[in-house]
Design a protein around this ligand. Structure first.
Ligand code: SAJ
Length: 445
């Protein structure tokens, strides 16, 4: 089979655009496709519409050298990578309509020997459903569901697993699962990704690869829920959860994650529902974890309410609005949810600060919440709520917080900065053992 020279990436979002850039940087001819005309125009100018370290320079370079071109409709290529969103419906069912629309859009340009790879996080069985649709639209071509190794067009599932903020390095270095619908499909997909992946490639069946992706994010959700449940237990017992977790994590086989005002982002809080939908009678743990994490913003608001003095109007400073530290992404952010819930409480003033943004997200427009910088928010407040542990907040002088009531949802001031130096008696561990143990508790960072 001929070498893959042209790759078309359908969907130039958080995953598709960096994928375009990496393929193009390895010398392949890349065709980026997006239904959003503004995105297409921007990419063709060598600009980007998302924030991701080092991506701007790389896109500028591969557009300038002609290796990446963007279009609004699919163009013929040797391989197609589908990287479109798979959201959930309001009743928490997976919505694969964008995947099926992408398949419909490439069907007319498909030809013998082409490869189609689905990368979008997808419910188990989606790769087969998508292939059945392609087969229906192109009865002149043989697909692997019906024709196995005799297929003309090869199809596989291979999920991305990159962390926003580290996308380019993780795209290259992470291991990858490849679930082909036939042996040839897996082998051709592996050959394609070998052009840039330095991690190992693991071949499996499509359905296992689909579940692997969902499992990774459900695993993290369950583990965050454990930390959040411990936070509630410690509150009942008047103990410091950060200290309890830190000390428990000194056990060589314990590695508890960090409590938080909830789980945000576009993956961890959504993907577990795909597993719950597929096996509703056998997902009690995953469902409970989801409930624990999604109730966190409300429990933070209750903690704040408990500090309010009903006899006078008070000001609450909310520090951090993004969904995790040191990024500007405020979509599906539990911090925004907390501020939104607070804004419904009468007789309080809310001032919010987000050092990575210039204004409030649109969900908070018209809510009466004021946007300002952290220090002036603290200065005018009675209660300070730390919602995101951005590095800037680590630099705040403790003097500024002296007379304030604090709600520290990330343990920055109440543990990481407040730890007593005399609470530790150093043992006789070697330097190497010590640094391993510090790395496990997050202290080294
Ligand atoms: N969080 C906690 N406590 C923790 C760690 C995280 O509450 O100890 C919260 C964060 O504050 C944030 C949310 O969880 O609100 C998610 O943040 P994250 O950094 O854990 O993950 P994401 O959503 O940025 O990226 C995840 C990653 N998945 C896993 O780590 C298993 C990434 O590798 C995936 O590629 C990505 O989802 C995705 O696209 O699916």
């Amino acid at each position: 089979m001929a070498e893959i020279k042209t790759v078309s990436v359908i969907g130039m979002g958080y995953i598709g655009l960096p994928t375009c850039a990496i393929f193009a940087s390895r010398g392949l001819e890349v065709i980026g496709v997006d239904i959003n005309a503004a995105v297409v125009a921007k990419v063709n100018r060598g600009e980007i519409h998302i924030i991701e370290p080092d991506l701007d320079g790389l896109i500028q370079k591969v557009v300038a050298n002609g290796k990446l071109k963007a279009f609004s409709t699919p163009q013929p290529a040797d391989a197609y990578i589908i990287a479109v969103p798979t959201p959930i419906t309001p009743d928490r069912k997976p919505d694969v309509s964008y995947v099926l629309a992408a398949a419909r859009s490439i069907a007319p340009v498909l030809k013998r020997d082409d490869l189609v790879v689905l990368e979008s996080t997808s419910p188990v069985g989606t790769t087969r459903v998508m292939t059945a649709l392609l087969a229906e639209l192109r009865p002149d071509l043989k697909f692997p569901v019906a024709h196995g190794e005799e297929a003309d067009v090869l199809v596989a599932y291979s999920p991305e697993r990159v962390l926003p903020g580290k996308v380019l390095t993780e795209l290259i270095n992470n291991d990858r699962s490849i679930g082909g619908l036939s042996r040839k499909s897996s082998e051709r997909t592996a050959a394609l990704y070998s052009s840039f992946v330095a991690g190992d490639l693991f071949i499996t069946q499509a359905e296992s690869a689909e579940l692997v992706k969902l499992t990774e994010n459900a695993f993290r959700d369950v583990n965050i829920a454990f930390a959040n449940e411990l936070a509630a237990v410690c509150q009942d017992l008047s103990l410091n959860v950060w200290e309890v977790i830190d000390l428990a994590n000194r056990h060589p086989r314990v590695n508890i994650l960090q409590p938080s005002p909830g789980v945000g982002g576009h993956c961890i809080a959504i993907d577990p529902y795909f597993i719950i939908d597929a096996a509703p009678n056998n997902t009690r743990l995953i469902s409970s974890a989801r409930r624990i994490n999604s109730e966190r913003p409300l429990s933070v608001v209750r903690d704040i309410e408990a500090l309010l003095d009903p006899t006078r109007k008070q000001t609450i400073a909310c520090l951090g609005l993004s969904f995790k530290p040191n990024i500007d992404d405020m979509r599906e952010s539990p911090a925004v949810e907390v501020v939104k819930l607070l804004s419904k409480i009468p007789n309080i003033k809310i001032v919010a600060a987000e050092p990575n943004a210039r204004q409030l997200p649109h969900e908070l427009e018209g809510s009466g919440v004021m946007f300002t910088d952290a220090l002036s928010a603290i200065d005018q407040s009675d209660i300070v709520v730390l919602l995101v542990d951005h590095r800037q907040f680590n630099l705040i002088d403790p003097e500024a917080l002296k007379d304030k009531k604090l709600v520290d949802t990330r343990g920055l001031w109440t543990w990481r900065k407040a730890r007593k130096p005399d609470a530790r008696i150093e043992g006789k561990k070697s330097e190497m053992e010590r640094s391993q143990s510090l790395a496990r508790t997050g202290e080294a960072a």
